[in-house]
Design a protein around this ligand. Structure first.
Ligand SMILES: NC(=O)c1ccc[n+]([C@@H]2O[C@H](COP(=O)([O-])OP(=O)(O)OC[C@H]3O[C@@H](n4cnc5c(N)ncnc54)[C@H](OP(=O)(O)O)[C@@H]3O)[C@@H](O)[C@H]2O)c1
Length: 318
């Protein structure tokens, strides 16, 4: 599998990883073990996904079975919004390492450029967006600079080898570069044919920041949450089906290839062994320029994962 060389550390980040959001907790250890057995080397987790302990169990099983060594894996996790203050970044990152049962993250990302009021993990973990009433969102006044400086300390203390950001757009990215001692090495954002984000990709390229595209299948992951915003499945669009027919691949493989062919990393998620194996096979073929352009032509600027849908004070993409 190919990889992207990260700036500063020259560490290789696999182009295709396994996404852990909504990987069922009760079967997560087995799914992660199967993903590693199938060939995945990057696991994309987050405190918010609520399955770090189980994912870590899967990793341990795979190491014990001799499938991989820890250093063969690239483990990513993310800092949740309630831990942005410098008082909490290190403690929560260490707690997350303990949950995984590992002693460093290959990559640690700020999940959203949004600071929420602290929630003691002993009270509720993962804390999610809301208070206990599942309605109230309480913002906190921690500036991004404070959080980024604390992220840099995670590198100093060997808690994370690489650090980066997620769900950030141009203005906050350029601001981070004004004060960063350690530049963000990875930007993880929503990208699929309904949200192609060319200007953001051009910015990341000039900065030498690797980009991971999430939700590569567009609305697919959002139907079960009632968040698909009424759009047609990408899998059912003629343009995708035609391109898939030409190369003898599935629509899912074409969607992943469309991202990978642009130089992006992807982290598809599946609870099914068959589909997670299918998703790995997106590097052994190419799409014609005509098909790449036709797929990009589906862009309608549709953002499925937008915190403004929860509360307008979190309109980070406005
Ligand atoms: N940084 C962030 O804020 C953020 C936000 C969202 C996601 N992410 C990361 O990106 C990862 C991927 O994004 P995502 O989970 O939103 O969705 P995704 O990978 O785009 O799509 C997952 C959905 O597609 C289905 N699926 C998977 N493979 C398939 C295939 N080959 N054919 C047909 N259907 C298939 C899955 O169902 P089954 O499970 O039943 O196969 C699931 O419903 C996440 O797991 C997470 O790691 C990050």
């Amino acid at each position: 599998m190919s990889s992207i060389v990260l700036k500063r550390t020259n560490q290789k980040m696999p182009v295709v990883g396994f996404g852990l959001w909504k990987v069922t907790k009760s079967t997560c250890a087995e799914t992660v073990y199967n993903a590693i057995k199938a060939g995945y080397r990057l696991l994309d987790g987050a405190g918010d996904y609520g399955n770090e302990k189980e994912a870590g169990e899967g990793v341990r099983r795979a190491i014990k079975a001799g499938l991989v060594k820890r250093e063969d894996l690239f483990i990513t996790s993310k800092l949740w919004n309630t831990f942005h203050s410098k008082k909490y970044v290190k403690d929560i990152a260490k707690m997350q390492l303990d949950l995984w049962g590992i002693d460093y993250f290959d990559l640690f990302l700020i999940h959203f450029p949004i600071a929420l009021e602290y929630v003691d993990p002993a009270h509720r973990y993962p804390p999610e967006w809301w208070q206990d009433d599942q309605k109230t969102v309480i913002l906190e006044k921690t500036p991004m600079q404070e959080t980024w400086t604390s992220m840099e300390e995670l590198v100093d203390q060997s808690i994370a080898k690489n650090i980066g950001i997620s769900n950030c757009s141009g203005s906050i990215i350029t601001d981070i570069y004004r004060y960063a001692r350690i530049e963000p090495q990875v930007l993880q954002v929503e990208i699929h044919p309904y949200l192609t984000q060319e200007p953001l990709l051009a910015l990341a390229k000039t900065l030498g920041m690797a980009v991971t595209a999430y939700s590569s299948f567009g609305p697919q992951s959002y139907y079960e949450l009632g968040m698909a915003k009424g759009v047609t499945k990408l899998f059912e669009r003629d343009v995708i089906a035609k391109a898939a027919g030409k190369v003898g691949k599935t629509p899912a493989q074409v969607l992943l290839r469309w991202a990978v062919q642009q130089g992006l990393a992807v982290v598809p998620k599946s609870n099914s062994l068959e589909r997670l194996e299918e998703n790995l096979q997106c590097e052994d073929f190419g799409l014609s320029k005509e098909d790449m352009d036709a797929i990009s032509g589906l862009n309608i600027g549709l953002r499925l994962n937008n915190p403004a849908d929860i509360d307008p004070r979190m309109a980070i993409f406005a």
